[in-house]
Design a protein. Sequence first.
Length: 260
Amino acid sequence: MPNRCHVLTDHYGWRPHSKPLRRVQRVGSQLVEGTLASGEELRGQAASSAIGAEISLKEVGLGDGRLQVLRLPTLTVWEALATAVLRQVVRAHTARERFCRVVDAVSPDQAFPAPAMLLACGEREMGALGLRFCWPKLTRLAGWAQETGADQAVGPDGGRALLEEAAGLSGLGPWSLAVAAWDVSCDPLHYPVGDFVVQAGAASLFDDRPWARKPDEFELEWRTHCGAHLGPLTLLALVVADPRGQHLLRDVAPQADRMA
C-alpha cells in the first residue's frame, strides 16, 4: 500500500450528502467551518485545528506503506458531551439521526445549537423528535455548560478539567466521558475500545478471528491483540468502520500479515 492520507469524518456534524463535505461548529458566538475537498484536503477556518497521526502498516502487521489520518476535533466540551449523550444506548446510525434532528430543528446554521438555544426548546418538542430519553440529560448538561463556559473553545489543557468536572453530572458515565475526550483530543487511546464501532472495524481488519460480542469481553480481547499498538490499531479500526474508509480495506486486508 502506498503512503496515503485519509480524513476521518466519523463525527455526526459531517453531513454525508453535502458537496463538498462540510462541518460547522459553534464556538461561543462564532461559527467555525471546515470542508473536505477532493484528494482528502481539508479547507476552511477549521482546517488549522486538524489533528494528524501516521500509522505504519508494517509495524501493526497489516502490510506495507503508511497511512496519514487527519481529524477535525470537536472544539467545545459542550458539543462533545452532548454528542456523547445522543450516542447513548443506540447504534451509530440512530445516534447520527438524533444529532441531525437536533441540529435541523434548533439550529438554522447547521452547527450544533448553543446551550441557550437548546434550553429554549420544550420537552414536548424534543419528544416529537424522538429525543425524550435524552432530554433530561441534555438540559442538565446545557445548564452546566452555561455556568462553566463549556460552550467556549477548549482551553490549554484540551478540555481535561471540564471533562473531569462533568464526571459529577448525572447521566454521564465512563463511556460518555471517554467518547467526549476522544472527540476533543482525537487521541484513540481515549476511545472506549469495547464500543461497537471498534468491534465493526476489528471484524473488517481481522475477519479470521471470532471476536467476542459483549463489550467488556471484546475490549479485553482487543487490548490483548493490539498490545503496544493499541492506539494505531484502534484508530485504523475507526477509519475502516467509517463508510468513507471502507475502500482502504482493498489495500490493507488482502496484504495483511495477520498478527498472532
